[in-house]
Design a binder for this molecule. Structure first.
Ligand SMILES: [Zn+2]
Length: 63
């Protein structure tokens, strides 16, 4: 029992204890986690796109 308790981690979405090899405690939390990652990736994409556009605009403005 003590060994079982030692080998666990907490769900990143709701904080419940779960198995060490799981990414989320259940389907609902897995979906929430996937959505969070998707939004983060989208935000990163927007950021990079904006940076590229700004740099391109700066280069054009210098000419
Ligand atoms: Zn959870």
């Amino acid at each position: 029992m003590a060994e079982r308790l030692a080998q666990h981690k907490h769900c990143p979405t709701c904080g419940l204890a779960m198995g060490p090899k799981r990414e989320a405690c259940g389907d609902a939390c897995a979906a929430t986690l996937a959505e969070k990652l998707r939004k983060r990736r989208l935000l990163m994409f927007v950021w990079i796109s904006a940076s590229v556009i700004m740099i391109a605009a700066a280069i054009v403005a210098m000419k």
